[in-house]
Ligand binder design. Structure first.
Ligand code: SME
Length: 175
C-alpha cells in the first residue's frame, strides 16, 4: 500500500469511456474501504479519500473537500490538484449549491452553471457531493473537477455518494 492503490495506471490526458471509468471505480472500491477502515478522524478520512480518489478518477484536475465553517460558508480542506479557492460562501458556485441544498450537483458544463466559481480556468465539468455526518447534517462537500466536458457520469456520482455516506455518516467520526 506504500505506493498507493493497486490500480492500472491511467492516461490523464484523455477522457476514458464512461463504462471504463465506472469499472475502474468498482475495481478500486475494496482497497479504498480497506485504507480508511477503522479511522474516525474526519480530516484523516478526507485527506485519504482525496488521495485515493485522485488515483481512481483519472479525469480529475481537482479532487477534495470543502468543510462547512459557520452558518453559510465553506473553507477548503484536504485536496489534490491545482490551487483551489480558500473560501466559498453557500450562495456561490457548485460547491455552495451542494452545501445549501444538500443535493449532489453533477455539472457537465460549468459555463452553463450560474455562479460557477472558476478557481482554475481550465475546469469544464464537475461533480459535488454533500458530506453528511451520522445525524444527517451537511458537514462538508466532496468536489471533483475536470478539464474535460461531461467527465462525470450519473453512475460515478452515485458511487461517490455511496462511498461518502459509508465513510462519514457513521457514529464515531470526529469532526
Ligand atoms: N468549481 C467550484 C469551486 C471550487 S474549485 O474549482 C476547486 C464551484 O463552483 O463550486
Amino acid at each position: 500500500m506504500a505506493e498507493g492503490l493497486d490500480v492500472a495506471s491511467a492516461d490523464r490526458t484523455v477522457l476514458a469511456a464512461e463504462h471504463d471509468r465506472e469499472a475502474r471505480f468498482d475495481a478500486a472500491l475494496l482497497q479504498v474501504r480497506a485504507v480508511v477502515a477503522g479511522e474516525t478522524d474526519a480530516v484523516a478520512l478526507q485527506a485519504t479519500l482525496a488521495c485515493v480518489l485522485w488515483d481512481v478518477l483519472a479525469q480529475a484536475s481537482w479532487c477534495g473537500f470543502y468543510r462547512r465553517v459557520g452558518e453559510a460558508e465553506l473553507a477548503v480542506g484536504p485536496y489534490q490538484g491545482t490551487l483551489g479557492c480558500l473560501r466559498i460562501p453557500f450562495a456561490r458556485g457548485v460547491c455552495g449549491a451542494a452545501a445549501r441544498t444538500g443535493a449532489t450537483q453533477r455539472v457537465p458544463d460549468v459555463h452553463a452553471f450560474p455562479g460557477h466559481i472558476a478557481c482554475d480556468a481550465r475546469s469544464r465539468s464537475e461533480v459535488v457531493v454533500p458530506v453528511r455526518d451520522a445525524a444527517g447534517v451537511v458537514r462538508a462537500v466532496l468536489d471533483v473537477d475536470s478539464a474535460f466536458a461531461d467527465a462525470f457520469s450519473e453512475g460515478e456520482a452515485r458511487r461517490l455518494e455511496s462511498l461518502v455516506a459509508e465513510v462519514f455518516a457513521r457514529d464515531g467520526v470526529v469532526w
